[in-house]
Design a protein around this ligand. Structure first.
Ligand code: ADP
Ligand code: MG
Length: 346
């Protein structure tokens, strides 16, 4: 070992190593590609999978597309159009900003990027990153305005990661869960998911309560909404809205708990604690509430650069957020709490 000289890793190898953090399975690819499509301002996104996503993942959007001159860069690491300075990062409003996903996915699969910024179908381009240097090759390819990314044979060249892939059914389950989170966080987008050429979900856009409820019903089952309270509370620069399940509609697991911060699905201890406290005296031991909740606050009030997958966030004023969540939900549940307690809680 000691005779080994220090060398800079070839781009593909460096990207394969980086992929370990963000690309765990087909579901992670779907998340990254759909987030890119959302950041591009799309109002329609179609996702196609084959064999749970291990054979094929195709995400097609009608967003702004990528300029011909930027196509090669889009596939390189640390290349992003979303931030340019540290200040931008402080208030980042896009889902992406690390400039890693396409490079990482491209290093561990056969990835093709098609894009077009113009209305002329024939102005489209295709880009791939070739060899260990991941040299971009760009060639003309007709494509409507927007972007399509095709990911074939995920992990074909990283056997260690491939070994950890589960059955088609399990991988599809994770993929569908990723889709659910994206669909619940972006009601303004028409979305379809198909698997092995069958349409599994087809969801229409709409930001009125009725359309949103229809989508939630399709994704989580009608039973949830029939047993949920609608909440919508604003205070101290924080806005919380969504649906919380009645204490009579609980689950043995925490698997139907969706919490979005500024359009991003997150898992957070502080949030979990506030919700648990609010439900404390109305839930049976070992049961968990079901909820779909949206918290909106100024982008500067939350740090999303905590982990590469961005499933975690850090609130600048954690105490304020915690107390706001607790009191909002506690009050919402007051009506279903036995009378004596709701009086003493006031
Ligand atoms: P990030 O999203 O963190 O910027 P990515 O590797 O996911 O990094 O994407 C790199 C860049 O490629 C993005 O910053 C964006 O400019 C461009 N891009 C990727 N996907 C799309 C898309 N679907 N539509 C438009 N531009 C895209
Ligand atoms: Mg991205």
């Amino acid at each position: 070992m000691s005779e080994r000289r220090i060398q800079v890793l070839a781009p593909r190898l460096a990207n394969q190593i980086a992929a370990g953090e963000v690309v765990e399975r087909p579901a992670s690819v779907i998340k990254e590609l759909v987030e890119n499509a959302i950041d591009a301002g799309s109002n329609r996104i179609d996702i196609e999978l084959e064999a749970g996503g291990s054979k094929l993942i195709r995400v097609r959007d009608n967003g702004g597309g990528i300029d011909h001159d930027d196509l090669g860069l889009a596939l390189s690491r640390h290349a992003t159009s979303k931030i340019g300075t540290l200040d931008d990062l402080e208030g980042v409003a896009t889902l992406g900003f690390r400039g890693e996903a396409l490079a990482a996915i491209s290093a561990v699969s056969r990835l093709e990027l098609f894009s077009n910024t113009s209305e002329e179908h024939s102005d489209g381009w295709r880009a791939v990153a070739e060899g260990r240097e991941m040299t971009p090759r760009v060639s003309p390819a007709p494509h409507p305005r927007g972007t399509t990314v095709t990911v074939r044979d995920l992990f074909f060249n990283t056997p260690a990661r491939r070994k950890f892939q589960r059955t088609e059914k399990t991988e599809f389950g994770h993929a569908e869960e990723a889709f659910r989170r994206l669909a619940l966080s972006h009601h303004e987008i028409d979305l379809t998911l198909s698997h092995n050429r069958k349409v599994v979900h087809q969801l229409s856009a709409g930001s009125d309560q009725l359309t949103m409820e229809k989508r939630i019903g399709r994704l989580l089952g009608r039973g949830f909404l029939d047993n949920a309270l609608h909440v919508d509370i604003e205070a101290s620069g924080l806005h919380l809205w969504g649906w919380v399940g009645l204490p009579t509609h609980t689950r043995a697991q925490t698997d139907q708990q969706y919490f979005f911060v500024n359009g991003r699905a997150i898992r957070d201890r502080l949030v979990a604690h506030a919700v648990r406290q609010a439900y404390r005296d109305v839930l049976f031991h070992g049961r968990h509430p079901v909820f779909v909740l949206y918290l909106e606050l100024d982008a500067g009030g939350v740090d999303v650069n905590v982990h590469p997958t961005k499933h975690e966030v850090r609130f600048r004023d954690a105490r304020l957020v915690h107390d706001f969540l607790f009191s909002s939900l506690h009050r919402a549940l007051a009506d279903v709490r036995p009378n004596t307690e709701s009086v003493s809680a006031e």
